[in-house]
Design a protein around this ligand. Structure first.
Ligand code: NZQ
Ligand code: ZN
Length: 389
């Protein structure tokens, strides 16, 4: 295992009814001006908005609503939120939604306590946060990113055509409330996309050094098996509480830093997806579903032992009488079949990319992940993107 330091400062409240039970008490520790931030109309359609608003009103909070946070949140929206928070003397930001709302609000919590340009100082490069961001609490309504328990925030700078994430422990939410019932209304497409994002985060971590016997890889296998079981169940019956709660917690476990301990972590597929998103605004989990199996077909030989372990331990593929290469490829094929089974796209064209010419620009703009098994180059990324087309 590599050396590590571990800390996760987010307090988690999980389960049916947790918002009703705990939100008022938690908020009593903060000032009265609450910025209630969310995306589009989903929380108004499923009753979550009314439930939260009633709690805030009963507690005598001054509610400042900030809505319209889009999927793949833009830096422009972050600036709008930053100004809004400053103008209204916000004491706490309450982000209600998925990764996009949570990420945008993390950046706002930082920007509202800072005088400079946060893109230049904290997203374009890694910065040191020497001040306290405005406190942030989150209420999760769609699972996948795991943003609720880390300091990561992925922001798209439309002008620069860069979508990039940074993980600052100071941006960890102070608390997260996770009621699996809040996710009952998530569409099949978003359920599949978020579910695949969970699997993707685990695979990006699992397929990286070190490969010595380590507890992180063992936990990762258990988590992958749980997603493979519970995602089809949630798609079959969106109100399956057991499936929704397992997906919700697996999503957090994949990104709360625990399975990353002692691992170098890859995240090359994410780097490619982020730039694909910067150019096309595609759905995050759908982009990953297209890229990740193709990426693995290009690098599996460099991590052959681990791909064999993935096939046998996660997909129960028999290795009897087969070469290691054959077993590894059968594991990748099982992943591809799973992606088809849950109804996600498998080509860039299905994602709506029509112009093949943009691929070289996308490839050129991708970060190269140092933790990849493969020897990654921009040329290889272009080859992968062309294969995805
Ligand atoms: O905007 P509304 O109307 O709320 O609809 C949303 C949105 O259209 C809908 N939704 C949310 N809760 C719902 C619901 N629909 C019905 N019922 C509910 N209860 O779901 C749609 C997608 O939401 P979004 O937040 O965009 O999805 P997701 O959670 O997948 O977040 C994606 C963003 O997170 C970033 C991605 O790159 C992307 O920008 N990521 C953040 C990470 C992090 N901070 O650690 C890591 C990830 O790898 C990822 O990069
Ligand atoms: Zn992701």
């Amino acid at each position: 295992m590599n050396n590590f330091i571990f800390e996760n400062s987010t307090k988690v409240f999980f389960g049916r009814g947790c918002v009703k039970e705990f939100l008022a008490g938690i908020l009593s520790e903060y000032g009265n001006n609450v910025m209630l931030a969310y995306g589009g109309s989903s929380i108004k359609n499923n009753g979550v908005y009314d439930e939260i608003k009633q709690i805030l009103t009963e507690e005598g909070k001054n509610i400042f609503e900030f809505s319209g946070i889009m999927s793949n949140p833009t830096y422009k929206k972050v600036i709008e939120g930053t100004e809004f928070a400053k103008e209204n003397g916000i004491d706490i930001i309450l982000a209600v939604g998925g990764g996009s709302v949570m990420d945008c609000c993390k950046a706002i919590s930082l920007g509202a306590a800072y005088e400079g340009d946060i893109w230049n100082d904290y997203w374009e490069k890694n910065g040191i946060i020497y001040f306290e961001p405005i406190p942030l609490g989150v209420i999760v309504t769609v699972t996948g990113t795991g943003s609720e328990c880390n300091g990561g925030a992925v922001i798209t700078n439309e002008e620069k055509k860069i979508k990039t994430g940074r993980d600052y422990p100071k941006c960890n939410p102070k608390f997260t409330l996770m009621d699996p019932e809040y996710t009952f209304s998530v569409t099949k497409m978003q359920t599949a996309s978020g579910g695949f994002d969970i699997l993707s985060h685990i695979m990006e971590t699992y397929f990286s050094k070190t490969d010595d016997d380590n507890v992180s890889d063992d936990i990762s296998e258990a988590l992958m098996k749980s997603v493979i079981k519970n995602l089809p169940a949630a798609l079959e019956n969106p109100q399956d509480y057991t499936a929704r709660s397992n997906l919700m917690w697996a999503s957090t476990m994949a990104e709360n830093r625990i399975i990353k301990l002692g691992k170098s972590c890859d995240f090359q597929a994410h780097q490619i997806e982020h730039q694909l998103g910067a150019y096309t605004d595609c759905n995050h989990g759908c982009g990953l579903a297209v890229i990740q199996p193709v990426y693995y077909r290009h690098i599996y030989r460099d991590g052959l032992g681990k791909f064999v372990r993935f096939a046998t331990s996660v997909w129960n593929i028999s290795a009897d009488g087969k070469s290691a290469e054959k077993v590894a490829l059968e594991g990748i094929e099982a992943l591809e079949n799973f992606i088809k089974e849950i109804g996600l796209p498998t080509t860039l064209r299905e994602l709506g990319v029509t112009d093949k010419n943009m691929l070289s620009e996308i490839a050129e703009s991708c970060n190269i992940a140092p933790g990849s098994y493969g020897n990654m180059t921009h040329k290889l990324i272009l080859k992968i993107l062309n294969k995805c087309f």
